[in-house]
Design a protein around this ligand. Structure first.
Ligand code: KIV
Length: 285
């Protein structure tokens, strides 16, 4: 399969091709994602929740994202690779934003960065784009604002809030984003944003009328039995499958059916005792 570039993603808007994106955080998962034909990998700050077991994304740092992004790149050379700018890595100043975006490209080997917010971050977007780094926007239920929202709640439900999201999307496009993630919003609003802007939209909990879809890899693989929100489809019972395999491993070790003879090494005639004894004699002598 051919390497995916920003040109393919941007062209998808005019071609009406539906884009696929998922998260990944390590080389093993990234290889599966690449092999399955996914267009775009996001090393999201969901990293903190999925890998770190945290309650939200706020503890994630640039160092964390860069480390995981580099691992993902090793496992998946083909998909377009986007790294999340984590909380407080771009909100404080335009300079910080450009420096941290640059780190994710240099240290993480990302091809683009994603940041959350609309009109409030257009200066950062424009400066990062001017530095030659493509930027993906993120509107709606932006997880870095979880405390301001009072929880992970669907956004844009009133006409004023919906209007604000549309204005934010247009401002982001003006500032130079090449794509926008629309998360946790009514599908009618996501459809309208998608129809009115010139760059592709990628939905998560935003209905089918976006230019593409993204899901967290462990959600779509059914790895977390305690997390099954409305917008997630579990394409496999990954938790049940892997738990079953682990339980079989435990049983096989305990009943000594693992490792079998063909799963171990043999040197016929090897006498450990006599060699050890002679080494001993030399040392003692
Ligand atoms: O961090 C993340 O995984 C994300 C996606 C949910 C879009 O931002």
């Amino acid at each position: 399969m051919k390497k995916v570039t920003i040109l393919d993603l941007v062209a998808a808007k005019n071609d009406s091709a539906t884009l696929t994106m998922t998260t990944a955080y390590d080389a093993t998962m990234a290889r599966i994602v690449d092999d399955a034909g996914v267009d775009c990998i996001l090393v999201g700050d969901s990293l903190g929740m999925v890998v770190g077991g945290q309650d939200n994304t706020l503890e994630v740092t640039v160092e964390h994202v860069a480390y995981h992004c580099r691992a993902v790149r090793r496992g998946a050379p083909r998909p377009f690779l986007i790294a999340d700018l984590p909380f407080m890595s771009y909100q404080t100043s335009v300079e910080e934003a450009v420096r941290n975006a640059g780190r994710l490209v240099q240290e993480g080997r990302a091809e683009a960065v994603k940041l959350e917010g609309g009109i409030a971050v257009v200066d950062q977007v424009a400066a990062i784009v001017a530095a030659g780094i493509p930027v993906c926007g993120h509107l709606g239920l932006t997880p870095q604002s979880v405390n301001a929202f009072g929880g992970f709640k669907v956004q844009g439900r009133s006409s004023t809030a919906a209007r604000q999201i549309l204005d934010d999307a247009q401002a982001l496009v003006q500032a130079g984003v090449f794509m926008i993630v629309l998360e946790g919003m009514p599908r009618e609003l996501a459809a309208q944003v998608t129809a009115e802007i010139s760059v592709p939209t990628i939905g998560i909990g935003a209905g089918v009328n976006c230019d593409g879809q993204v899901l967290v890899c462990t959600d779509l693989l059914g790895m977390n039995p305690d997390f099954s929100p409305r917008f997630v489809r579990q394409f496999v019972d990954g938790y049940g499958l892997l738990r079953g395999a682990m339980a079989e491993y435990v049983a096989a070790v305990k009943d000594r059916s693992f490792p079998a003879t063909e799963e171990s090494f043999s040197t016929p005639g090897l006498s450990v005792r006599s060699e050890t004894t002679s080494e001993h004699r030399v040392e003692e002598g």
